[in-house]
Design a protein around this ligand. Structure first.
Ligand SMILES: Nc1ncnc2c1ncn2[C@@H]1O[C@H](COP(=O)(O)OP(=O)(O)OP(=O)(O)O)[C@@H](O)[C@H]1O
Length: 365
């Protein structure tokens, strides 16, 4: 029996195939290849200038690519004009029409598509209800708060049921509390409509909360592509480890492998073992990465562990997430999570021993 899924079921919705962008001799995006699956929420995450917007704009058609192809549903869309792509676009500045009411703004994409008036009325009412703006249908944008205006922008995008939506920092202008509410709202709308969505942000928490997969970008290229938990627990590069969540980094040089095939790294604080990251073989700089919650106070209790001695510098009580801050002789900081109620057995300035499983660490470059 053939149990392999049909090609149609596995084919990517969007195939970015070697797309690159040069401005003169400046590389805004190195040749980049990645697939976005149908119905997926993919986030481009990276610091300012890493090429996120450039990649998104090439998918939208607003910026022509220097090289590579864009394929949608298997067809070549590289040179297709923006207005023929039918994608929903939402940017940081809502760009609502100021002279139109909320209802008219949301109806606009449907009017452009010559839909019958009664269908437009129904679709607008339904979509406004989904973003909880039904009571504001007759207001003008200037009579709304920033969050409400951004909701109108979302409604105006989702109302015409685009198969692909591109969002570039859509919550960038909102305060933290409102951002968090809107993050959940966008996720909900994405699920309800089953849209394929590419989202740009430089905010790692936002990316972790919202995405099916995250594409971590730095210096005009993709550093790592994976689910939030893959990227958090198995960062492939030092950049990915430090950009997402808190990491302990022990810098050093590669010193071969142990009997189990784990990478050994020689650091100022001793030699440690960790799983070998994917991309580190030839790099100049290496580090063992271990997340604070994988480290335990006390001496190693069995084989397969790394052990470290360091000076206790501070104890930070922040509710459920109490932290011990340590410092190594070479000044490297090292943090671990302290279980509630556990005894430290040492004062500030005294030495403590900590340990973590070899499998919890990863040697990357
Ligand atoms: N029209 C242009 N001409 C020249 N350089 C450009 C142009 N547009 C973008 N760049 C450069 O390309 C690089 C990537 O820009 P891009 O806007 O993609 O970054 P980003 O990751 O989206 O950053 P941000 O989070 O700040 O928006 C930047 O160094 C930027 O200065």
């Amino acid at each position: 029996m053939n149990i392999s899924p049909s090609p149609a079921a596995t084919a990517a919705k969007i195939r970015i195939d070697g797309l690159s962008k040069m401005y003169g001799t400046f590389t805004a995006l190195e040749p980049t290849t990645l697939d976005v699956q149908r119905g997926e929420f993919l986030t481009l995450l990276g610091p300012s200038g890493s090429g996120k917007t450039t990649l998104l704009q090439m998918v939208s058609g607003l910026t022509p690519a220097t090289s590579g192809r864009l394929r949608i549903d298997g067809g070549d869309w590289t040179n297709r004009p923006v207005h023929e792509r039918g994608m929903g676009l939402v940017f940081q500045h809502y760009a609502l029409f100021p002279h139109m009411t909320v209802e008219e703004n949301v109806a606009f994409p449907l009017k452009m598509r010559n839909q019958p008036a009664d269908q437009i009325r129904t679709a607008v009412a339904e979509t406004l209800a989904k973003v909880q703006l039904d009571a504001f249908a007759h207001r003008f944008p200037r009579e709304l708060s920033g969050g409400q205006q951004q909701r109108v922008a979302l409604a105006r995008c989702f109302v015409f049921r685009p198969e692909i939506i591109l969002m570039d920092e859509p919550l960038g202008a909102l305060d933290k509390a409102l951002r968090e509410t809107m993050q959940l709202e966008i996720r909900r709308l994405h699920r309800e409509f089953g849209t394929t969505l590419i989202y740009v942000t430089h905010d790692q928490e936002e990316a972790l909360v919202m995405s099916d997969r995250i594409c971590v970008m730095n210096h005009a290229k993709v550093e790592q592509l994976g689910t939030p938990s893959q990227i958090y627990s198995d960062p492939e590069t030092i950049f990915a480890a430090t950009f997402i969540g808190h990491s302990n980094l022990l810098h050093g040089t590669l010193a071969g492998t142990d009997a189990e095939g784990n990478a050994l790294i020689r650091t100022a604080a001793g030699t440690f073992a960790g799983r070998m990251g994917a991309r580190d073989a030839d790099a100049a700089e290496h580090a063992l990465i271990v997340r604070p919650e994988r480290v335990t106070l006390g001496a190693a209790t069995g084989p397969g562990m790394n052990e470290l001695r360091a000076t206790l510098r501070d104890v930070v009580y922040i509710g459920s997430d109490n932290r011990l801050m340590l410092v190594l002789p070479d000044g490297t900081e090292f943090t671990l999570r302290l279980d509630p109620g556990s005894e430290i057995g040492a004062g500030i300035g005294e030495e403590v021993t900590v340990h973590w499983p070899i499998t919890a660490g990863r040697v990357v470059s």
